[in-house]
Design a protein around this ligand. Structure first.
Ligand SMILES: Cc1cc2nc3c(=O)[nH]c(=O)nc-3n(C[C@H](O)[C@H](O)[C@H](O)COP(=O)(O)OP(=O)(O)OC[C@H]3O[C@@H](n4cnc5c(N)ncnc54)[C@H](O)[C@@H]3O)c2cc1C
Length: 1014
């Protein structure tokens, strides 16, 4: 055994010895909290329900609501494993006025276990007590979720007050160790950077720093004046790089360059941790002044893993607990090796991690008073006392605030205390031995595999063209399709690639693109100019305008090409789509940049559109493979019946401009992979995106005539093609007005027409979101704002009616208006812009008109300001909107939100469903019963609970509506391709003179392909 390990074990044993003299009371068996924790550790379902109940409790206002929620959360456990529940629930229903306050009192008591005080006055009691125990403090103001600049300013003001108050009330307090005191001011305040600016966007660190620095400077100045220390806490990975950069920038400024009393957190669970730490140390050496690093493992482990899995990102955290432990030790060593420039604060409750730091410091000859241990208020009390007794410097992290803003902190602590991976549970609840707890984490890596190696996301994604996602004919598709990742603009490389792409695209603007028919490029006299809506004098590109004769040629070419294409193997067609996906992936930033200019999409929206296009290509390729072989309908002796599909023939694809790559690609790829040939008509406003898609298909080797590019006027060629006898199906996405015309027109059979035309028609919505009286408003406000104003409200899924229960109405409206006022509106070339211009002058005028009508009907509660140039419509919110108003009935397709007040959930559902449309709808609530009800009763194609109502992901959220929202089935879903196919069954009697084969295979080879599209 190495001498370091011996030293660690010796020190660890000493800590345990001291701890065992006075074990952790929060893990004892008495009291509400203790019992709740014990059950939570035993029963995962109880734990989830209990923590959810705790999460909602603070926002419930009356006893009836509390008991109702209790009942709902634990309804399925009444007869189960938790004995006190049944009696408790019965009593609660009979005596709610007794039970509810007792429950609230218990949960508040539990919160008080982790929250050191309600306000700066209140916290002093705790701090004084700790002073007597020779434990220092760092105070943290709860309330990290700010949804508006107003709330951010309030947070900054409270920080000021806190600093002043602490400085005043601790005057004369001395350092507990009395040595190296200049490194450790008594007053220490921890701040959460995201609480100072509501519009932090990972893609735009410069904007965040520009807003944060002026808010932080006065606080730092005051801290310096009063001799306090300021620590920048670290939050989720999305904010990490900005927080580090802000720290470096501020403390390089002349005013703060020589000030040593600033600290920042490094999270050892991050794979980047060591590099970030070394970069900080290099920076500090250049700066020439010491600073502090609080080394922790990290509080957002589950969140980071889930977020990465949802977006297809590399998981930024280690996935095995011992890896985080080992990295904590690596970073400990780096810190202590550099103690001449950095003061170390070790934030851990893990005795092994603590003992490692002690042993390392001992080996390096560093005095105990030159670093400190920091532990959380309400946790690991005996360890704090042991460390004090051993002569170490101990500081307690003491959160201050009310229960409601402190809820996310409380839930993080509850999770930490019940985590199977956590040290505290192992030591104080599972009674693991000292030898087990003090093992070298490096030796444990790879031994246990509690977390899946990839957290549900593969670390190394296969290079495009994608594998077929491992599906086989026996595996359900939904289980195997792995979405293409979004670009993670947290990384500077992503930001730089986008900036470069924008620069290069700007230089290329104004190019001309031909019509493509039968593989031939055709130019015409007329050009359709595509305009940048941000800057309408700028021409993004021009496409040749097709006329009726071109439409005729295109139909002929597609009809001819169909004869061959319909016989081409499914595999061959699927591979074509996969090659296009690979090209799109290669050109990803270029295409996103084009969308910024051509349709005014903000960065992340543009990237989301390209990602969706790639997903459509890969998903439909996979789906078609699953349907490519004739499949036995039933096992019946003596007979075999196989169902299979034929393509329909010539498909006309008419696409909108709002998802210029995704929707176009989705419809085109579905038609092609099913064996149809296509005439593709992009929207005039996004014709260049259409030309790009054509280019990519050509590069991927689409045969002449199979895909024809026909930009032109809807009223001229669109109508002609819809009515054409040789067009067999129409896939349309766009306005209700045009959609209904197509539907009607396609319903007529014309001379020479041999097929009944199939129309896949996706239209608009008047989407509603209901906010329940117990909703988590931090979530509801942020998601509603995004749903209503993201991409200027120009998504068919966008929120346009926010229906709020009256109990919550005033609070929701106040925060909503403040949040809207904080939105970043402007040129979408700038990263982090959320609201850009609307698509064109017609839309601009129509929307301003709708706003004028709205002003006459309802109360204009908010209207933003917008740049003078470009088609910018100010984000607008109307309140007092009622069901009969035009505001509540007509689709506006722009940044206009109507807020409607209702009495109760019955009325809310009635109002939400009272519309011609049924596309998306949403609900924010923490009542399990209400959520269940909404799942059953909201009339919409896509119902979203406790999240935004936009942003459907292919395969995950098959998308599309009914009523006046659409007459097709879900895009990006398993059934979608069937609309492009004709089903066929071939039955053969295989019995000969009473003899038949025993078994018939499930699948058989394709029948020699023949079309029904003549
Ligand atoms: C004073 C103080 C301040 C803090 N400030 C911050 C802060 O600003 N930002 C922040 O993010 N955290 C912060 N933390 C850390 C966080 O709140 C947890 O307390 C800490 O991560 C628990 O680690 P531990 O060493 O005490 O316990 P341990 O039980 O040894 O470690 C638990 C930690 O291991 C990690 N982990 C759990 N499971 C896995 C797994 N499967 N794979 C990999 N790693 C895993 C997680 O980080 C988890 O929190 C702070 C902690 C303290 C004590």
């Amino acid at each position: 055994m190495s001498s370091l390990q011996e030293e660690i074990e010796e020190r660890g044993s000493q800590i345990f010895h001291l701890v065992d003299q006075n074990p952790e009371s929060i893990f004892s068996k008495a009291g509400f909290y203790q019992r709740m924790m014990a059950f939570s550790m035993r029963d995962e379902h109880f734990k989830v329900q209990m923590f959810r109940f705790v999460d909602v409790l603070a926002s419930l206002r009356n006893s009836r609501d509390i008991v109702q929620h209790l009942d709902e959360y634990f309804a399925d456990m009444r007869n189960g494993s938790v004995p006190f529940l049944q009696t408790g629930l019965r009593a609660a229903r009979i005596f709610p006025w007794i039970t509810a306050p007792v429950l609230r009192w218990n949960v508040t008591g539990m919160a008080r276990q982790f929250i050191a005080g309600r306000n700066p006055d209140d916290v002093m009691k705790t701090l004084r007590k700790r002073r007597k125990e020779r434990i220092g403090f760092t105070v943290d103001l709860l309330g990290e979720a700010v949804v508006s600049e107003q709330e951010a300013d309030e947070y900054a003001a409270r920080c000021f007050e806190l600093l002043d108050g602490l400085a005043e009330r601790t005057r004369g307090w001395a350092d507990p160790l009395g040595k190296n005191t200049e490194l450790f001011p008594v007053v220490n305040v921890s701040v959460k950077i995201s609480a100072f600016y509501s519009q932090m966007n990972p893609a735009d660190p410069e904007d965040a720093i520009a807003h944060l620095a002026p808010k932080l400077r006065p606080i730092l100045r005051r801290a310096r004046e009063v001799g306090a220390f300021i620590n920048f806490d670290m939050e989720s990975y999305a904010h990490k790089n900005t927080t580090l950069e802000l720290f470096r920038r501020l403390f390089t400024e002349p005013e703060f360059r020589d000030w040593p009393h600033a600290g920042i957190v490094i999270q050892a669970y991050l794979r980047d941790a060591e590099k970030d730490l070394r970069d900080l140390i290099d920076w500090a050496r250049e700066r020439g002044t010491r600073f502090t690093v609080r080394l922790v493992k990290g509080a957002y482990w589950d969140y980071e893993k889930i977020k990465a899995a949802q977006n297809g990102w590399r998981v930024p955290v280690y996935l095995q607990k011992p890896e985080s432990d080992a990295n904590f030790e690596v970073c400990t060593r780096v810190l202590l090796d550099n103690q001449s420039i950095v003061t170390a604060a070790f934030g851990s409750h893990n005795v092994r991690s603590i003992a490692y730091a002690q042993a390392c410091a001992q080996q390096l000859g560093i005095d105990k008073s030159r670093f400190e241990f920091q532990l959380l208020y309400g946790m690991a009390g005996p360890i704090k006392r042991a460390l004090v007794e051993m002569g170490y410097r101990v500081r307690e992290y003491s959160p201050v605030g009310e229960l409601l803003p402190g809820m996310s902190y409380l839930v993080r602590r509850l999770l930490e205390n019940t985590s199977n991976e956590g040290f505290l549970k192992a030591k104080f609840s599972d009674n693991a031995s000292a030898a087990q707890l003090l093992r070298d984490p490096k030796e444990l890596i790879g031994r246990r595999s509690p977390a899946p190696q990839d957290g549900g996301v593969s670390q190394k994604r296969p290079a495009l063209p994608h594998s077929r996602n491992g599906q086989s004919l026996d595996t359900p598709v939904g289980d195997t399709y792995e979405n293409s990742p979004l670009v993670n603009f947290v990384h500077r490389s992503g930001q730089e690639k986008m900036q470069t792409a924008l620069r290069e695209m700007r230089a290329k603007l104004g190019q001309k693109y031909p019509i493509v028919i039968d593989g031939r490029k055709i130019w015409t006299d007329n050009l359709i100019h595509s305009i940048n809506p941000t800057s309408p004098t700028q021409v993004v590109g021009a496409v040749a305008e097709a006329h009726v004769e071109h439409a005729e040629d295109a139909v002929k070419a597609a009809k001819k090409a169909f004869e061959h294409w319909c016989r081409v193997s499914v595999e061959h067609r699927a591979e074509l789509l996969e090659r296009v996906a690979a090209i799109m992936d290669r050109r990803r930033f270029e295409l996103s940049a084009l969308e910024v200019y051509e349709v005014g999409k903000p960065w992340a929206e543009a990237d989301g559109d390209i990602r969706e296009a790639i997903d459509f290509l890969l998903f439909y390729a996979q789906q078609m493979r699953l349907r490519g072989l004739p499949r036995l309908t039933q096992h019946v002796p003596g007979e075999e019946s196989y169902q299979h599909y034929w393509p329909r023939g010539v498909a006309l694809v008419i696409a909108p401009w709002n998802f210029p790559m995704a929707i176009l690609t989705g419809m085109v790829s579905a038609a092609l992979v099913t064996g149809n040939t296509v005439i593709m008509k992009p929207a005039e406003q996004s014709a260049v995106c259409g030309a790009m898609l054509m280019e990519m298909f050509e590069e991927a080797g689409v045969p002449p005539g199979v895909l024809n590019f026909l930009p032109g006027k809807g009223r001229v060629i669109g109508q002609h093609l819809v009515d054409h006898k040789d067009v067999h199906m129409i896939a349309f996405t766009g306005s209700r007005e045009v959609g209904l015309r197509i539907w009607e027109s396609a319903g007529q059979t014309r001379p020479g027409q041999l097929e009944l035309k199939r129309v896949v028609c996706e239209m608009g919505g008047k989407n509603a979101v209901i906010v329940d009286s117990d909703a988590d408003l931090d979530e509801a406000i942020v998601d509603s704002i995004y749903s209503a104003f993201g991409y200027q409200g120009q998504k068919c899924s966008a929120l346009s009616r926010l229906i709020v229960l009256e109990e919550n109405y005033d609070r929701v409206v106040k925060r909503l208006l403040e949040a809207a006022a904080s939105l970043r509106v402007g040129n979408p070339e700038t990263p982090g812009i959320m609201v850009g211009p609307v698509i064109d002058e017609t839309a601009y005028r129509r929307q301003l008109e709708a706003i004028e009508i709205g002003k006459k009907e309802a109360t204009l509660a908010f209207q933003g300001t917008v740049p003078a140039e470009g088609f910018f419509v100010p984000p607008t919110i109307f309140t007092g909107v009622t069901a009969e108003m035009r505001l509540a009935r007509e689709e506006i397709f722009g940044p206009v939100l109507s807020v409607m007040k209702v009495r109760d959930l019955d009325e809310a559902i009635r109002v939400a469903n009272d519309t011609d449309y049924a596309l998306t709808a949403g609900f924010f609530s923490r009542s399990p019963a209400n959520i269940e009800r909404i799942k059953a009763e909201l009339v919409a194609g896509n119902v979203y609970i406790n999240r935004s109502c936009t942003g459907a992901v292919v395969g995950r959220h098959p998308f599309g509506g009914f009523k006046m929202s659409g007459g097709g089935t879900k895009a990006g879903g398993g059934d979608y391709l069937l609309q492009f196919l004709v089903p066929r069954v071939v039955t053969e009697n295989i019995m000969r003179h009473g003899f038949a084969p025993d078994t018939t295979p499930e699948f058989r080879a394709p029948f020699g392909a023949v079309s029904v599209g003549n």
